[in-house]
Design a protein. Structure first.
Lengths: 246, 829
């Protein structure tokens, strides 16, 4: 186990650093370039949004940043580790200890109850009292009374709250969110993003969010745009980091 | 990490997943079916061996037909080897009761008789019958009830057997070894062995049969026989249960049927587990991707699923046994009812091995491969499904699975021909399926949408062609297995019915002198008793094969009982209806040369058409070439012969008596008394009790077979339901979409039912064709019947399968029809 404290070597250390990242997919007789020459640096506890249209490559970028996949070219450093060069199992270990996820489609295990879903990362991490911690988190997200419900018995918004509780369960230092409100109506989406931002601030987690929702993106400290696999950081949006949106 | 794996694979969590429930149900049914059948087959074997043993009143009999008692040191040797022994003497003599006298067949038994089975006894006419485990005491005699009238005596009177006077102390209803024995003459009396000497009946040269009985465990009996064999003389005959007893053939077939049933259960289980676990694996991909995202390594995932499989195996085995044991107990009781006596439950733990192996092999050969591949699911799948995931080396898995499961069937049934027949049936099925698939694709390719149910159904079949094909394959396989079993069972039952029909001859007339033949015929015709053919019978010994003494010509290892005794030789014009020529030709009209030999004996002797056989009949020798080899229905309860000569052939002029059999109803028994008075020298052999007993056993075994068939059909239905429900979600989503897009409920119902009906129809046709192929292969090798096309199943099976599947399809739509499409779509997300 790599101790988290070892990794916080001074304030200048980037939580995520991407160097010249490219990703291509082989389609047999053709090659599809999804990402091209991406460079990016995200500081500890920073919240960052990556905004782009469908098919722009933003989800692929998120997957590579989180170490779910490895790039065709380039290097990804996560909390000091070159995760793009680690084996699948080493990356898994890293994710277990430092990374949390929130997905557009929630990704709860249908056979498990809300409580069991939240307990899952705690059990995997060898937490001593996973049930107590999971209960506490579910109360935090307002589902203290729904512990034994399975995902089917919960609304979309409730499912996403369970997913957020799960994401924060193992005290990640970086949280990746893929269109967290993409499957929810405006009102519920607003509530979920509030919850996500609040928890994120309280825990001091680094947040990397992919979205096509400019308003949600505006709640992050920095925004990047991605189009046809090329990442840019528009100057016009940089002011947003000075005045957090409530 | 370990703790987490354990928690993840808890049965409680698994049970919430539908696919796991299907896998577990398939496993439980498989283990239950295989275990029940194996236990029952074992029980049957045990019961029948003990029941058949009681046909000998022992496990083995040593008969001496040479007029000399069996040496006493042989019995001592047997006892020193831990075997039980008993003695009896059989002979015919006149007995006197007051004014009347009658030729009887005497059986004198010692205190240890019978070693197996019981004697049915009646203390007096009209008194209740009881079973007893010993014969009459010294000084007493038990009579066949018919003799009371013939001798004009009552229970309590005395009769004279030779010089000894014995008190009639009861009636002999049935002796356990009252089997088919040509030397048994006249009505039976039973007395004590000790009284034989005092009768003075047995003189040098008297025709007496000394019999020693042996019982004990099988290896000890075998070892004793090895010791005994070199000491046996001509005229000594060692008899074991399986030699030509009427029951054994029928029961051997019943056992084989059970084996077949068990093998099919194994196959069905494998199919069910394969289908359900594949479905499960597909459903688990998202979970695996999520677990990887949460940091679980591929190895840990591999381990996690392996431990799940092991857990399922355990649950399947325990659950299966919990179901199997009461079922087995029920079937065993059925047999006990049939035999009209308490059957000790023979619970053989080793019989459970195939059941346990079935669970283990189905899981590891069929469920493991798709589940193992879960390790390779990319974590990136949580964000979006990845290209190339569907690509598998499935054919290798299938090959391994097929080898494993057929290996299992072989281990189980130990019949290469069974495995080959089933493989052949499956190959026929797959071949036809490939053709059908090609036809389906090419004929439906140009079909385009429309609002009509038929078009929707056909388009549905085409668009899901991969799924349709694999569903048809599984349905067809299931139907093939079930149909095969139904066909074999029907032919088995028909064979039994044919073999011992209602009016099976149950009395034999033996020792009919040539001049009495016409009178006997007239007597029976006058009473409207159907008479079988009358056969002449000449007793002779086979002494030479191709001019070489048989003892040299036939290897010593071949235990040929027929060489140890006189054979009944006959001549006949026509081949008996139930005999079949397997080599050579039956006698032409006017042919006087040649002999026809029974095929099994021919095999044992190693003789073929053209070889010359020499028989010693009295002081004469007869040599004839073998002109035909024929099969004989030993269990037909008709006179059967190893050797048949043409009329006017080698047996011409030899001293013959005649033999025939006829059917007599229970209430016509008094006719036997008139017969005995008119023909005092003709022996009547009463087999009605034995035949009734066989018929009742066969009936109960048939019932057990029906029960097992029902079990297997239930298993087949579970497989089909598993396959149908495998596509449940897709179907429901499509149904919801169709309704959202404005499809009427009735259209949805009709098109879905039609689609499934078509699937069922195709599968039914394929299944029946494959079953016919398998039965064709099985029939001859295993059940020795003639093959014919079974129209009574060819038409209904596809129709029933179409109907059942249409209904199964309809039942899946239920949630789609009763819920608003919006709710449904949300639920299915």
């Amino acid at each position: 186990m790599i101790e988290k404290t070892n990794l916080a070597q001074g304030a200048t250390t980037a939580m995520l650093r991407v160097e010249n990242l490219s990703h291509r997919v082989d389609l047999g007789n053709d090659t599809l370039t999804i990402l091209q020459g991406v460079n990016l640096e995200i500081k500890r506890s920073e919240s960052v949004a990556i905004v782009g249209r469908s098919g722009s490559g933003k989800t692929t970028l998120l997957g590579l940043l989180a170490g779910l996949d490895t790039p065709t070219e380039g290097v990804v450093h996560l909390d000091g580790a070159r995760i793009s060069e680690l084996s699948e199992d080493k990356r898994a270990q890293l994710r277990a200890q430092r990374v949390g996820f929130v997905f557009q489609s929630f990704q709860l295990l249908p056979a498990l109850t809300a409580l069991e879903n939240v307990m899952l990362p705690l059990e995997l991490g060898g937490h001593k009292e996973p049930a107590a911690r999971a209960r506490e988190l579910l109360s935090r997200v307002g589902l203290g009374e729904r512990l034994t419900h399975t995902p089917r018995q919960l609304s979309g918004g409730e499912q996403q709250r369970v997913a957020i509780a799960r994401a924060f369960a193992a005290d990640p230092i970086v949280l990746f969110a893929d269109e967290p409100t993409g499957n929810l109506d405006n009102h519920t989406g607003q509530a979920i993003s509030d919850l996500l931002m609040t928890l994120n601030r309280e825990q001091g987690t680094t947040l990397v969010m992919v979205t096509h929702d400019e308003l949600l993106a505006a709640r992050c400290e920095r925004q990047f745009h991605i189009e046809a696999g090329v990442l840019t950081e528009p100057a016009s949006l940089q002011r947003a980091q000075e005045e957090p949106v409530q | 990490m370990n703790g987490a794996s354990q928690k993840l694979s808890s049965v409680r969590r698994d049970w919430r997943e539908r696919d796991v429930r299907v896998v577990l149900a398939a496993l439980i049914i498989a283990v239950a079916t295989v275990a029940t059948i194996a236990l029952f087959a074992n029980q049957l074997q045990h019961t029948l061996v003990s029941s058949a043993s009681s046909f000998l009143a022992a496990d083995r009999q040593l008969e001496a037909e040479n007029g000399r008692p069996v040496p006493t040191e042989w019995r001592a040797e047997a006892r020193s080897r831990g075997l039980q022994t008993a003695r009896m003497v059989q002979f015919s003599t006149m007995v006197f009761g007051g004014e009347q006298f009658q030729l009887v067949s005497v059986k004198a038994v010692d205190d240890d008789y019978p070693l197996r089975g019981e004697i049915e006894f009646q203390p007096a006419l009209g008194a209740p019958r009881t079973m007893t485990s010993g014969g009459p005491a010294p000084g007493e005699v038990w009579l066949n009830p018919r003799l009371l009238k013939l001798l004009e005596v009552e229970v309590g009177d005395t009769i004279d057997v030779g010089e000894r006077t014995l008190e009639v102390s009861g009636l002999l209803i049935r002796e356990p070894d009252g089997g088919f024995n040509m030397t048994a003459l006249a009505p039976r009396i039973m007395m004590h062995h000790e009284d034989v000497a005092a009768t003075g009946v047995i003189q040098d040269g008297s025709r007496v049969e000394y019999v020693n009985l042996f019982a004990g465990d099988e290896p000890a009996l075998e070892r004793f026989y090895s010791w005994l064999e070199p000491r046996l003389e001509p005229g000594h005959e060692w008899e074991s249960i399986r030699d030509g007893e009427a029951l054994s053939e029928s029961l051997a077939r019943a056992e084989r049927f059970l084996l077949l049933g068990g093998s099919l259960a194994v196959l069905l289980a494998a199919v069910a587990v394969a289908v359900a676990s594949r479905q499960y694996a597909i459903g688990q991909r998202d979970t695996v991707a999520l677990l990887k995202t949460l940091g679980v390594s591929s190895r840990a995932i591999g381990k996690l699923y392996l431990s799940r499989l092991a857990l399922w195996g355990l649950v399947g085995i325990i659950g299966g046994l919990v179901v199997a044991l009461p079922l087995f107990w029920m079937l065993a009781n059925l047999v006990s009812e049939a035999l009209d006596r308490a059957v000790d439950i023979h619970f053989d733990v080793s019989a459970l091995t195939p059941a346990v192996l079935t669970a283990v092999v189905s899981l590891f050969a069929f469920a493991y491969p798709p589940i193992r591949r879960l390790r390779d699911v990319p974590a990136m799948r949580v964000l979006r499904s990845q290209p190339g995931e569907a690509g598998t080396r499935a054919w290798l898995d299938v090959l391994i699975a097929v080898i494993a499961v057929f290996g299992l069937v072989y281990l189980y049934a130990r019949e290469v021909s069974l495995v080959l027949a089933l493989l052949g049936g499956l190959a026929a099925l797959m071949g036809t399926l490939a053709l059908l698939g090609w036809g389906l694709v090419s004929s439906l390719k140009h079909m385009s949408g429309g609002g009509n149910a038929w078009r929707l159904a056909l388009i549905g079949l085409y668009r899901h062609r991969r799924a349709s094909m694999s569903q048809i394959a599984v349905f067809a396989m299931t139907l093939m297995l079930a149909t095969t079993l139904i066909l074999v069972r029907s032919s088995l039952l028909a064979d039994w019915q044919a073999q011992l029909p209602e009016s099976t001859p149950n009395h034999f007339l033996i020792n009919i002198a040539p001049e009495a033949v016409d009178d006997v015929r007239a007597f029976l015709e006058a009473r409207d008793l159907p008479l079988d053919t009358l056969y002449p019978m000449v007793r002779g010994r086979l002494t030479e094969i191709n001019d070489q003494p048989v003892r040299q010509a036939v290897s010593k290892d071949a235990k040929v009982n027929a060489l140890n005794r006189e054979l009944n030789l006959t001549w006949m014009d026509d081949l008996p209806a139930d005999n079949r020529i397997v080599d050579g030709q039956w006698f032409e009209e006017d042919q006087t040369q040649g002999v026809s030999i029974e095929s099994e004996l021919a095999d044992k002797l190693g003789v073929k058409v053209g070889d010359t056989l020499t028989f010693t009949i009295g002081s004469d020798q007869v040599s004839e070439p073998i002109t035909s080899i024929r099969t004989v229905q030993w269990d037909s309860m008709k006179p059967n012969f190893y050797m048949a000569f043409p009329p006017g052939g080698g047996l011409e002029g030899m001293p013959a008596t005649w033999i025939t059999s006829f059917y007599l109803e229970g209430d016509e028994k008094s006719d036997l008394n008139s017969f005995a008075r008119q023909f005092p020298t003709i022996s009547v052999l009463e087999l009605d009790h034995i035949i009734e007993r066989i018929q009742s056993i066969v009936k109960q075994v048939a019932q057990a077979i029906e029960a097992i068939l029902a079990l297997i059909l239930a298993a087949a239905l579970v497989v089909m339901a598993a396959v149908v429900s495998a596509t449940l979600q897709d179907r429901q989503r499509e149904g919801a979409l169709l309704r959202t897009l404005g499809g009427r409920r009735s259209l949805l119902v009709r098109s879905t039912m039609l689609e499934f009906a078509l699937l069922g129809l195709f599968a039914g046709i394929l299944g029946v064709v494959a079953a016919e192929a398998a039965v064709w292969a099985l029939q001859y090798r295993m059940f020795e019947g003639e093959f014919r096309w079974h129209w009574n199943l060819v038409i209904p099976v596809p129709l029933i399968s179409a109907m059942v599947l249409a209904l199964l399809g309809r039942s899946q739509l239920k949630p789609v029809l009763n819920v608003s499409p919006m709710l449904l779509l949300r639920r299915l997300e």
